[in-house]
Ligand binder design. Sequence first.
Ligand code: UFG
Length: 340
Amino acid sequence: MKKTVLVTGGTGYIGSHTVVELQAAGYEVVVVDDLSNSKENSLAGIQEITSTKPRFYKIDLKNKELSSEIFSTHKIDAVIHFAAFKAVGESVANPLHYYQNNLGTLLNILELMKQYDCENLVFSSSCTVYGQPEKLPVTEDTPIQPAASPYGNTKQIGEEIIRDTINSSDKLSSISLRYFNPIGAHDSGLIGELPQGVPNNLVPYLLKVVGGELEQLSVFGGDYNTKDGTCVRDYIHVVDLAKAHVIAVDKLLDKKSKRYEVFNLGTGEGYSVLDLIKTFQEATGETINYKIVDRRPGDVEQIFADTRNANDNLGWKAERDLKNMLSTAWKWQQHLMRKS
Ligand code: UFG
């Protein structure tokens, strides 16, 4: 019988790509999302790609009673918990909103998993937990730094809550995946990132500039201590990331994981903002109107992953390069432009 995976935040950017890969791997998928930062029509995209529409619940996971319906209706074998707010600036302006949402939903999920004997959890974490590390590339043993934002703190505390819960139980096992910078979209161009309002992140902003919706891309800082003065990040294709979640679920269900494990998910390559702009132009033939401006407060200078733990112990390796990330992102943007 097919195993069932509950994907919280499954209509969102990383969630929707993961649903596609889970279905391709033979899992039954149940999606829950409150649609606060995504649209239900990503399910239509998933259906077009996989010919299967996952069962969908529009529920706010902060409401435990409503959420328990999902567990009483389906025998959930594993949960992938994506559902969370993720805008760094917004979390500084409204921290309680972030703590309530990101931690409240996690607490409810853990309680429901206990109540309904679900033993396997994959948690969506972030490289933000490392701050600006002293040594690069970053391994999972790099000391966690005081969080630079309430958003980052919710990821650190989330990992701690899971660790404590595992210590108190002899059943729960969990894998936390620390993402570097996910970009790109499904090859079909039918699902992708859908930021609401003016995007904060580099690639969604860049796409709107090239698409003519925004005037100019501001490159935040040209005087960092990097090869060209702009910040360096480890960009990772969202489909590679999605596949890592399937492998993590397999590992938990096959009882091949330790009780609690953490993996960095990146390519191991660092690219500057100017590298990314240049690669986008080469990949698409489009020209980007950009200008180097002041630094953005809170940005780390450079960060990229040591991927050996994920390669050796998760059995996963990123396959796609920056060019592929950017050409698929552009394909998705063109799909959006055709629809509007
Ligand atoms: N950048 C620009 N112009 C923009 C937007 C971004 O130059 O309009 C630059 C940033 O300064 C940074 C790089 O592009 O150097 C990447 O910025 P993003 O906002 O795309 O991503 P971040 O690395 O800041 O943030 C990501 C995730 C967060 C996570 C953080 C941890 O989006 O969720 O990594 O470092 F917390």
